[in-house]
Design a protein around this ligand. Structure first.
Ligand code: MN
Length: 252
């Protein structure tokens, strides 16, 4: 199995190294990832600047290609141009920080997987609940490998991506896998207003994540907060089908 790995935290992040290490046990791995931090860029594509793909080494070994673009760029450029074969699956991650609920809209990690799905390649996004770069990623990487190995045989619909979130716990502490829906969590955002050395104001987003369904283990946030690995099948039919007929009637 040929596996394309990407992420949004950048090719030098610990999460993508742990993922590549684990997935080498189940297939041939190629890494094509952003050359810098690209979290929360969503599904952005680079259209008005040239892209370059530069070999990136890690611990003296060739690790992959660093692209000066977004996660979606990496998948699109990789599959269409850099690779001379079509990967069997695409795995994005392991992200530092959960990508539950509304975060799937902002997440570059999820958008890379979505881009693969749009090209027609089975894909999944993997995120660890901790933002701490020093977190042990090995348990999450083992789960990623376990799920990735099954991905080709799961009969996942062509318009669907698996969004995997993993709690920052030891293998013994994890209670198992829950298949979930997205929760209704949201960000209560504000901006910290500060002064630069010239006395001018600048602004820095300060987000508080509100999770009303934190105790509902049928949701992604509830599952990870209660010790489960959460897998949510997500898709991107953004049409509001419930309202469609009512609106058609209005415009007769
Ligand atoms: Mn990220």
């Amino acid at each position: 199995m040929n596996i394309l790995i990407t992420n949004d935290d950048g090719i030098d992040s610990p999460g993508i190294a742990a993922l590549a290490h684990a997935l080498k046990r189940i297939g041939n791995v190629i890494v094509i990832a952003p050359d810098r931090q690209q979290s929360a860029v969503g599904h952005a594509l680079t259209v008005s600047a040239p892209l370059r793909a530069v070999p990136f080494h890690r611990d003296g070994d060739m690790f992959g290609y660093a692209v000066n673009g977004t996660p979606a760029d990496c998948v699109k450029l990789g599959v269409s141009t850099l690779l001379d074969y079509t990967p069997d699956i695409v795995v994005s991650g392991i992200n530092h920080g959960s990508n539950t609920s509304v975060n799937v809209m902002y997440s570059g990690t999820v958008s890379a997987a979505t881009e693969a799905m749009m090209i027609g390649i089975p894909s999944m996004a993997v995120s660890l609940t901790s933002f701490d770069l020093a977190s042990d990623m090995s348990v999450a990487a083992d789960y990623a490998a376990l799920i990735a190995e099954k991905l080709l045989h799961m009969n996942v619909p062509k318009d669907t991506v698996l969004n995997v979130n993993i709690p920052t716990l030891s293998a013994d502490e994890i209670k198992g896998i829950k298949i979930t829906r997205l929760s209704n969590s949201y960000w209560n955002d504000s901006y910290d207003t500060r002064k630069d050395p010239m006395g001018r104001d600048y602004y820095w987003i300060v987000g508080t994540f509100i999770a009303p369904e934190a105790d509902d283990i049928e949701t992604d946030d509830g599952a990870v907060r209660n010790g489960y690995v959460s897998i949510t099948p997500i898709h991107y039919d953004l049409t509001n089908r419930k309202y469609l007929q009512e609106m058609k009637d209005l415009f007769g």
